[in-house]
Design a protein around this ligand. Structure first.
Ligand SMILES: [Zn+2]
Length: 208
């Protein structure tokens, strides 16, 4: 007769003292104190990719990488065929449609995300713009691998991750100079940081 009581006691202890969520292992995401993430009612975020080479598939890959991190659909995105009405516009000179090079990452491309300005009501006035550029002297496969990583990184900025990670194992690592992004996908630390961001009250509002 004692065993059921012991089990019940153990269960009660387990339920009354849940493990608190880890708050370590994240990096900053605000911009001088301002916080942004896409609100639930604006999902899925509409991404437009210029129809150049492999670019639409690279952008879809980036959307999927971020959306797959979240357990409860806090972020979702979709490719749209028309740039008017898009939330994020992605442009590139070209994007070679070849399998990405599996070798060591090289600095064969660069990326930049323009965070829009805000109006008096702290609302973004226009879409986010992502620009990917190809650097000379590399094989199409090396460029393809670089664009694949960089598209995820820049999409992370458009999710609201406005800062860089100091850890090269993270997709949001901020390489300096001629140093490539080395992560193939968001890491556990990227996931934890994005989850904290999407459960933080934003101070900035999405574009109308
Ligand atoms: Zn960056």
């Amino acid at each position: 007769m004692r065993r059921p009581l012991a089990v019940a006691a153990l269960l009660a202890i387990g339920c009354s003292e849940p493990t608190p969520p880890a708050r370590t292992g994240t990096y900053g995401f605000d911009a001088s104190g301002d916080v942004f993430h896409w609100p639930t009612e604006r999902l899925p975020v509409r991404f437009y990719a210029q129809p150049r080479g492999n670019l639409p598939r690279l952008v879809q890959h980036a959307i999927d990488n971020w959306a797959d991190l979240f357990l409860y659909g806090e972020f979702t995105g979709t490719l749209v065929a028309d740039s008017s009405g898009a939330d994020v516009i992605v442009a590139a000179d070209s994007a070679p449609d070849v399998p990405p090079d599996p070798g060591a990452p090289v600095y064969a491309c660069s990326g930049a995300t323009s965070v829009p300005s805000t109006d008096a009501g702290n609302r973004f006035t226009e879409p986010f713009h992502i620009r990917l550029a190809i650097l000379p002297g590399f094989t199409p496969a090396q460029v393809g691998a670089c664009l694949r990583r960089t598209a995820i990184h820049e999409a992370g900025h458009a999710l609201g991750l406005f800062q860089h990670s100091p850890d090269p194992a993270d997709i949001m690592w901020g390489p300096s100079g001629a140093t490539p992004i080395t992560a193939d996908r968001p890491s556990d630390q990227d996931r934890r940081t994005a989850e904290v961001l999407y459960h933080t009250t934003p101070t900035l509002l999405p574009p109308p």
